[in-house]
Design a protein around this ligand. Structure first.
Ligand code: GDP
Length: 297
Protein backbone atom coordinates (compact mmCIF):
# COMPACT_ATOMS: atom_id res chain seq x y z
CA UNK A 1 0.00 0.00 0.00
CA UNK A 2 1.08 3.60 -0.60
CA UNK A 3 2.30 5.60 2.39
CA UNK A 4 3.17 2.50 4.40
CA UNK A 5 6.38 3.90 5.82
CA UNK A 6 4.91 7.31 6.51
CA UNK A 7 1.77 5.90 8.10
CA UNK A 8 3.79 3.63 10.33
CA UNK A 9 6.02 6.40 11.61
CA UNK A 10 3.25 8.91 12.14
CA UNK A 11 1.09 6.38 13.89
CA UNK A 12 3.89 5.50 16.27
CA UNK A 13 4.39 9.14 17.31
CA UNK A 14 0.64 9.57 17.58
CA UNK A 15 0.39 6.57 19.86
CA UNK A 16 2.72 8.21 22.36
CA UNK A 17 0.55 11.32 22.36
CA UNK A 18 -2.81 9.59 22.51
CA UNK A 19 -2.95 8.67 26.16
CA UNK A 20 -1.56 11.89 27.49
CA UNK A 21 -3.78 13.60 30.05
CA UNK A 22 -1.59 16.67 29.98
CA UNK A 23 0.34 18.04 27.05
CA UNK A 24 3.03 20.64 27.43
CA UNK A 25 4.90 22.57 24.80
CA UNK A 26 7.80 20.14 25.04
CA UNK A 27 5.53 17.17 24.19
CA UNK A 28 4.19 18.94 21.11
CA UNK A 29 7.70 19.90 20.07
CA UNK A 30 8.93 16.33 20.43
CA UNK A 31 6.02 14.92 18.46
CA UNK A 32 6.39 17.48 15.71
CA UNK A 33 10.08 16.71 15.42
CA UNK A 34 9.16 13.12 14.64
CA UNK A 35 6.34 14.14 12.31
CA UNK A 36 8.69 16.49 10.47
CA UNK A 37 11.28 13.76 9.91
CA UNK A 38 8.63 11.29 8.81
CA UNK A 39 7.23 13.72 6.25
CA UNK A 40 10.66 14.62 4.89
CA UNK A 41 11.53 10.96 4.58
CA UNK A 42 8.27 10.41 2.67
CA UNK A 43 9.60 12.97 0.19
CA UNK A 44 7.20 15.76 1.08
CA UNK A 45 8.45 19.11 -0.15
CA UNK A 46 10.52 20.76 2.61
CA UNK A 47 8.73 24.11 2.43
CA UNK A 48 5.43 22.31 2.78
CA UNK A 49 6.72 20.41 5.81
CA UNK A 50 7.96 23.60 7.44
CA UNK A 51 4.63 25.35 7.08
CA UNK A 52 2.69 22.29 8.20
CA UNK A 53 4.75 21.89 11.35
CA UNK A 54 4.44 25.60 12.17
CA UNK A 55 0.67 25.50 11.72
CA UNK A 56 0.21 22.46 13.92
CA UNK A 57 2.51 23.86 16.62
CA UNK A 58 0.69 27.16 16.68
CA UNK A 59 -2.68 25.51 17.05
CA UNK A 60 -1.60 22.70 19.36
CA UNK A 61 0.23 24.90 21.81
CA UNK A 62 -2.79 27.21 21.89
CA UNK A 63 -5.40 27.31 24.60
CA UNK A 64 -7.97 24.96 23.07
CA UNK A 65 -5.62 21.99 23.29
CA UNK A 66 -4.05 22.73 26.65
CA UNK A 67 -7.38 23.23 28.37
CA UNK A 68 -9.25 20.38 26.74
CA UNK A 69 -10.06 17.14 28.53
CA UNK A 70 -7.96 14.93 26.31
CA UNK A 71 -5.10 17.09 25.10
CA UNK A 72 -3.33 14.17 23.43
CA UNK A 73 -6.29 13.45 21.21
CA UNK A 74 -6.77 17.13 20.57
CA UNK A 75 -3.23 17.38 19.16
CA UNK A 76 -3.93 14.42 16.90
CA UNK A 77 -7.10 16.11 15.69
CA UNK A 78 -5.12 19.21 14.82
CA UNK A 79 -2.58 17.12 12.87
CA UNK A 80 -5.42 15.40 11.02
CA UNK A 81 -7.13 18.68 10.14
CA UNK A 82 -3.92 20.31 8.97
CA UNK A 83 -2.97 17.29 6.85
CA UNK A 84 -6.44 17.30 5.29
CA UNK A 85 -6.23 20.98 4.53
CA UNK A 86 -2.74 20.54 3.07
CA UNK A 87 -4.12 18.00 0.60
CA UNK A 88 -6.92 20.33 -0.43
CA UNK A 89 -9.54 20.24 2.31
CA UNK A 90 -12.83 19.57 0.59
CA UNK A 91 -12.99 17.07 -2.25
CA UNK A 92 -12.62 18.86 -5.61
CA UNK A 93 -14.96 17.78 -8.36
CA UNK A 94 -14.49 18.00 -12.11
CA UNK A 95 -15.51 21.29 -13.69
CA UNK A 96 -18.47 21.03 -16.00
CA UNK A 97 -19.43 23.24 -18.90
CA UNK A 98 -22.65 25.21 -18.52
CA UNK A 99 -23.61 23.81 -21.91
CA UNK A 100 -22.34 20.34 -22.92
CA UNK A 101 -19.96 19.04 -23.97
CA UNK A 102 -17.52 19.54 -21.14
CA UNK A 103 -14.06 19.56 -22.68
CA UNK A 104 -11.27 17.94 -20.67
CA UNK A 105 -7.65 18.07 -21.75
CA UNK A 106 -5.53 15.26 -20.34
CA UNK A 107 -1.88 16.28 -20.14
CA UNK A 108 1.26 14.77 -18.67
CA UNK A 109 4.62 13.17 -19.31
CA UNK A 110 4.98 9.89 -21.13
CA UNK A 111 4.44 6.89 -18.91
CA UNK A 112 2.57 8.81 -16.22
CA UNK A 113 -0.61 6.95 -17.11
CA UNK A 114 -2.38 9.55 -19.24
CA UNK A 115 -3.97 7.25 -21.80
CA UNK A 116 -5.00 4.70 -19.19
CA UNK A 117 -6.48 7.46 -17.03
CA UNK A 118 -8.41 8.86 -20.00
CA UNK A 119 -10.13 5.48 -20.32
CA UNK A 120 -10.66 5.20 -16.58
CA UNK A 121 -12.18 8.66 -16.40
CA UNK A 122 -14.55 7.88 -19.27
CA UNK A 123 -15.62 4.74 -17.45
CA UNK A 124 -16.12 6.68 -14.21
CA UNK A 125 -18.22 9.37 -15.92
CA UNK A 126 -20.50 6.81 -17.48
CA UNK A 127 -20.78 4.52 -14.47
CA UNK A 128 -21.10 7.10 -11.71
CA UNK A 129 -22.75 9.95 -13.56
CA UNK A 130 -24.43 8.31 -16.51
CA UNK A 131 -22.57 10.55 -18.96
CA UNK A 132 -21.57 9.91 -22.56
CA UNK A 133 -17.89 10.66 -23.24
CA UNK A 134 -15.95 10.86 -26.47
CA UNK A 135 -12.34 9.71 -26.28
CA UNK A 136 -10.00 11.72 -28.48
CA UNK A 137 -6.68 10.40 -29.75
CA UNK A 138 -4.52 13.51 -30.01
CA UNK A 139 -1.21 11.88 -29.10
CA UNK A 140 0.05 11.43 -32.63
CA UNK A 141 3.73 10.96 -31.75
CA UNK A 142 3.84 7.91 -29.52
CA UNK A 143 3.33 5.12 -32.04
CA UNK A 144 1.06 2.96 -29.92
CA UNK A 145 -0.98 5.73 -28.27
CA UNK A 146 -3.78 5.92 -30.82
CA UNK A 147 -4.08 2.15 -30.92
CA UNK A 148 -4.09 1.99 -27.12
CA UNK A 149 -6.97 4.46 -26.90
CA UNK A 150 -8.90 2.62 -29.60
CA UNK A 151 -8.49 -0.61 -27.70
CA UNK A 152 -9.77 1.09 -24.55
CA UNK A 153 -12.71 2.47 -26.52
CA UNK A 154 -13.59 -1.03 -27.75
CA UNK A 155 -13.26 -2.48 -24.28
CA UNK A 156 -15.59 0.22 -22.93
CA UNK A 157 -17.83 0.22 -25.97
CA UNK A 158 -17.33 3.96 -26.30
CA UNK A 159 -16.64 6.15 -29.33
CA UNK A 160 -13.03 7.11 -30.06
CA UNK A 161 -12.25 10.07 -32.29
CA UNK A 162 -9.07 9.73 -34.32
CA UNK A 163 -7.75 11.28 -37.51
CA UNK A 164 -4.59 9.19 -37.60
CA UNK A 165 -1.15 10.65 -37.06
CA UNK A 166 -0.91 12.99 -40.03
CA UNK A 167 -3.34 15.65 -38.83
CA UNK A 168 -2.27 18.22 -36.23
CA UNK A 169 -3.43 17.64 -32.66
CA UNK A 170 -5.04 21.10 -32.60
CA UNK A 171 -7.15 20.17 -35.62
CA UNK A 172 -8.03 16.80 -34.11
CA UNK A 173 -9.16 18.43 -30.86
CA UNK A 174 -11.24 21.02 -32.68
CA UNK A 175 -12.97 18.48 -34.91
CA UNK A 176 -13.60 16.21 -31.94
CA UNK A 177 -15.47 18.95 -30.08
CA UNK A 178 -17.59 19.60 -33.19
CA UNK A 179 -18.41 15.92 -33.43
CA UNK A 180 -19.36 15.71 -29.74
CA UNK A 181 -21.72 18.65 -30.23
CA UNK A 182 -23.34 17.05 -33.27
CA UNK A 183 -23.79 13.74 -31.49
CA UNK A 184 -24.90 15.25 -28.17
CA UNK A 185 -22.10 13.68 -26.18
CA UNK A 186 -21.46 15.08 -22.69
CA UNK A 187 -17.69 14.95 -22.38
CA UNK A 188 -14.75 15.28 -24.72
CA UNK A 189 -11.66 13.69 -23.18
CA UNK A 190 -8.59 14.69 -25.17
CA UNK A 191 -5.59 12.40 -24.74
CA UNK A 192 -2.75 14.76 -25.65
CA UNK A 193 0.86 13.90 -26.38
CA UNK A 194 3.40 13.41 -23.63
CA UNK A 195 7.18 13.58 -23.72
CA UNK A 196 9.86 12.14 -21.53
CA UNK A 197 10.58 15.62 -20.17
CA UNK A 198 8.80 18.94 -20.10
CA UNK A 199 9.89 20.76 -23.25
CA UNK A 200 8.97 23.83 -25.22
CA UNK A 201 7.50 22.04 -28.25
CA UNK A 202 5.16 20.07 -26.03
CA UNK A 203 4.03 23.16 -24.13
CA UNK A 204 3.49 25.10 -27.35
CA UNK A 205 1.32 22.35 -28.74
CA UNK A 206 -0.70 22.05 -25.54
CA UNK A 207 -1.15 25.83 -25.38
CA UNK A 208 -2.42 25.83 -28.95
CA UNK A 209 -4.96 23.13 -28.17
CA UNK A 210 -6.00 25.02 -25.06
CA UNK A 211 -6.50 28.27 -27.00
CA UNK A 212 -8.44 26.50 -29.72
CA UNK A 213 -10.88 24.39 -27.71
CA UNK A 214 -11.00 26.38 -24.45
CA UNK A 215 -11.22 23.33 -22.17
CA UNK A 216 -13.31 23.44 -19.00
CA UNK A 217 -10.77 21.23 -17.32
CA UNK A 218 -7.03 20.71 -17.82
CA UNK A 219 -6.06 17.63 -15.86
CA UNK A 220 -2.42 16.84 -15.30
CA UNK A 221 -1.72 13.14 -14.90
CA UNK A 222 1.34 12.56 -12.71
CA UNK A 223 2.99 9.43 -11.42
CA UNK A 224 2.94 9.50 -7.61
CA UNK A 225 5.86 7.07 -7.55
CA UNK A 226 8.18 9.81 -8.83
CA UNK A 227 7.78 11.77 -5.58
CA UNK A 228 9.33 15.20 -5.66
CA UNK A 229 9.65 15.02 -9.45
CA UNK A 230 5.89 14.78 -9.70
CA UNK A 231 5.64 18.05 -7.80
CA UNK A 232 8.18 19.72 -10.08
CA UNK A 233 6.35 18.49 -13.16
CA UNK A 234 3.09 19.82 -11.74
CA UNK A 235 4.67 23.21 -11.06
CA UNK A 236 6.00 23.35 -14.60
CA UNK A 237 2.76 22.38 -16.33
CA UNK A 238 0.81 24.71 -14.09
CA UNK A 239 2.97 27.70 -15.01
CA UNK A 240 2.44 27.06 -18.69
CA UNK A 241 -1.15 25.90 -18.80
CA UNK A 242 -2.86 27.02 -15.63
CA UNK A 243 -4.07 23.57 -14.64
CA UNK A 244 -7.49 23.01 -13.10
CA UNK A 245 -6.74 19.64 -11.56
CA UNK A 246 -4.30 16.81 -10.99
CA UNK A 247 -4.69 13.04 -11.21
CA UNK A 248 -2.13 11.13 -9.16
CA UNK A 249 -1.55 7.70 -10.61
CA UNK A 250 0.04 4.58 -9.16
CA UNK A 251 -0.98 5.34 -5.60
CA UNK A 252 -1.41 1.57 -5.30
CA UNK A 253 2.36 1.15 -5.53
CA UNK A 254 4.77 1.56 -2.67
CA UNK A 255 5.00 5.31 -3.14
CA UNK A 256 6.29 7.25 -0.18
CA UNK A 257 3.38 9.63 -0.52
CA UNK A 258 5.28 12.90 -0.80
CA UNK A 259 3.60 13.86 -4.06
CA UNK A 260 0.09 13.37 -2.73
CA UNK A 261 0.88 15.57 0.21
CA UNK A 262 2.79 18.34 -1.60
CA UNK A 263 1.13 18.85 -5.00
CA UNK A 264 -1.80 20.92 -3.82
CA UNK A 265 0.26 23.05 -1.46
CA UNK A 266 2.98 23.78 -4.01
CA UNK A 267 0.84 24.36 -7.09
CA UNK A 268 -2.46 25.38 -5.53
CA UNK A 269 -4.08 22.93 -7.93
CA UNK A 270 -6.45 20.37 -6.40
CA UNK A 271 -5.93 16.64 -6.75
CA UNK A 272 -9.20 15.46 -8.25
CA UNK A 273 -8.59 11.74 -8.77
CA UNK A 274 -6.22 8.99 -7.71
CA UNK A 275 -5.20 6.00 -9.83
CA UNK A 276 -5.19 2.88 -7.68
CA UNK A 277 -4.20 0.19 -10.17
CA UNK A 278 -3.95 -0.70 -13.84
CA UNK A 279 -7.55 -1.83 -14.29
CA UNK A 280 -10.17 0.36 -15.89
CA UNK A 281 -12.21 0.74 -12.70
CA UNK A 282 -9.25 1.60 -10.50
CA UNK A 283 -9.70 5.35 -10.45
CA UNK A 284 -11.12 7.05 -7.37
CA UNK A 285 -12.16 10.61 -6.61
CA UNK A 286 -9.49 11.99 -4.28
CA UNK A 287 -10.78 12.67 -0.77
CA UNK A 288 -8.22 14.65 1.29
CA UNK A 289 -9.93 13.81 4.55
CA UNK A 290 -10.06 10.07 3.89
CA UNK A 291 -6.48 10.12 2.71
CA UNK A 292 -5.35 11.91 5.88
CA UNK A 293 -7.21 9.42 8.07
CA UNK A 294 -5.67 6.58 6.14
CA UNK A 295 -2.19 7.96 6.73
CA UNK A 296 -2.75 8.73 10.40
CA UNK A 297 -4.63 5.53 11.15
P1 GDP B 1 0.95 7.50 -20.85
O1 GDP B 1 2.25 7.40 -21.62
O2 GDP B 1 1.00 8.62 -19.87
O3 GDP B 1 -0.26 7.55 -21.73
O4 GDP B 1 0.90 6.19 -19.94
P2 GDP B 1 -0.02 4.88 -20.04
O5 GDP B 1 -1.45 5.21 -19.87
O6 GDP B 1 0.37 4.10 -21.25
O7 GDP B 1 0.44 4.13 -18.72
C1 GDP B 1 1.78 3.73 -18.46
C2 GDP B 1 1.78 2.50 -17.55
O8 GDP B 1 1.31 2.86 -16.25
C3 GDP B 1 0.85 1.40 -18.03
O9 GDP B 1 1.50 0.16 -17.84
C4 GDP B 1 -0.37 1.51 -17.12
O10 GDP B 1 -1.04 0.29 -16.95
C5 GDP B 1 0.28 1.96 -15.83
N1 GDP B 1 -0.65 2.68 -14.94
C6 GDP B 1 -1.42 3.77 -15.20
N2 GDP B 1 -2.11 4.15 -14.11
C7 GDP B 1 -1.78 3.29 -13.11
C8 GDP B 1 -2.16 3.17 -11.73
O11 GDP B 1 -2.95 3.94 -11.15
N3 GDP B 1 -1.59 2.14 -11.03
C9 GDP B 1 -0.69 1.28 -11.60
N4 GDP B 1 -0.18 0.32 -10.85
N5 GDP B 1 -0.31 1.37 -12.89
C10 GDP B 1 -0.84 2.36 -13.64
Amino acid sequence: MAFEGLAERLQSSIKKMKGKGKVNEQDVKEMMREVRLALLEADVNFKVVKKFVANVKERAVGQDVMDSLTPGQQVIKVVNEELTSLMGGEQSKLNTASKPPTVVMMVGLQGAGKTTTTGKLANHLRKQHNRKPLLVAADIYRPAAIQQLETLGKQLDMPVFSLGDQVSPVEIAKKAVEKAKEEHLDYVLIDTAGRLHVDEDLMNELTQIKNEVKPDEILLVVDAMTGQDAVNVAENFNEQLDLTGVVLTKLDGDTRGGAAISVKAVTDTPIKFAGMGEKIDQLEPFHPERMASRILG
